[in-house]
Design a protein around this ligand. Structure first.
Ligand code: PGA
Length: 252
């Protein structure tokens, strides 16, 4: 078994103004009884990345971007570079979230470029993967996951994998209130770890954190975290309220 430190990440999506984002960050900073055995991160919108990072300074809660470009600077209207994320106080970037893939047409190849850009400029990369309901019903879940892992991690070295986190988020569980059962999630996580072992080597697979995402709540976090291959969570809706996110990060 690897020695994986659990990571709980809050994805704020397209929510929060300066005032309510800072208030949420402040409430989290006050309520988080920093524990050595786990890491916590929030991904606010770009517009308040630097304010939130400022509020969280010294709190042991890291800040991440919800997406990132691969270039350092240049003519890329509407994009944010990895160095800009770092400059604003961010340490990580989410890439390939299913909303990016489904609503904005991001392909595995594009997601891979984003991930490699994040890694090249010193960020941690959180690569999101997950099957749709249709794919699950057609029993294509494993084929889809394996393709997303293979293509998403193309050109990423074993050494860089120390800064890669994989987030398994079944699309049918995101924002629907329909969480994957702990058995379904564990099965997918074990499968993903197997794909990583084949692509890299067993030790890399054992050290890589695989997060579960999709309707994670205070009521289901504890049993999810008890699964051997679930190393944390990527939380959407329940990360927007300090009380529920604090309960989630204090999982037992
Ligand atoms: P949810 O979102 O927790 O609201 O289902 C998870 C995510 O999209 O990362």
């Amino acid at each position: 078994m690897g020695n994986r430190r659990p990571l709980i990440a809050g994805n704020w999506k397209m929510h929060t103004t300066v005032v309510d984002g800072c208030r949420l960050a402040l409430d989290l900073a006050k309520g988080w009884q920093s524990k050595e055995d786990r890491e916590v991160l929030v991904a606010p919108p770009f517009t308040i990345l630097s304010e939130v990072a400022h509020v969280l300074e010294g709190s042991a809660i890291m800040v991440a971007a919800q997406n990132v470009c691969w270039e350092e600077k240049g003519a890329f209207t509407g994009e944010i570079s990895p160095t800009m994320v770092r400059d604003a106080g961010g340490r990580a970037a989410i890439v390939g979230h299913s909303e990016r893939r489904q609503l904005f047409g991001e392909s595995d190849a594009l997601v891979n470029r984003r991930l490699r850009g994040a890694l090249a400029f010193g960020l941690m990369g959180i690569l999101c993967i997950g099957e749709t309901l249709e794919e699950r019903e057609q029993e294509r879940t494993f084929a889809v996951l394996s393709q997303q892992v293979e293509r998403g991690l193309e050109g990423v070295s074993a050494a860089e994998m120390a800064r890669v986190v994989v987030a398994y988020e079944p699309v049918w569980a995101i924002g629907t209130g329909r969480t994957a059962s702990k058995e379904q999630a564990q099965e997918a996580h074990a499968f993903i770890r197997g794909v990583l072992a084949k692509k890299f080597e067993k030790s890399v697979a054992e050290q890589t954190r695989i997060l579960y995402g999709g309707s994670v709540k205070p009521t289901n976090i504890d049993e999810l975290m008890r699964q051997p291959d679930i190393d944390g969570a990527l939380v959407g809706g329940a990360a927007l309220e300090a009380e529920s996110f604090l309960r989630i990060i204090h999982f037992q």
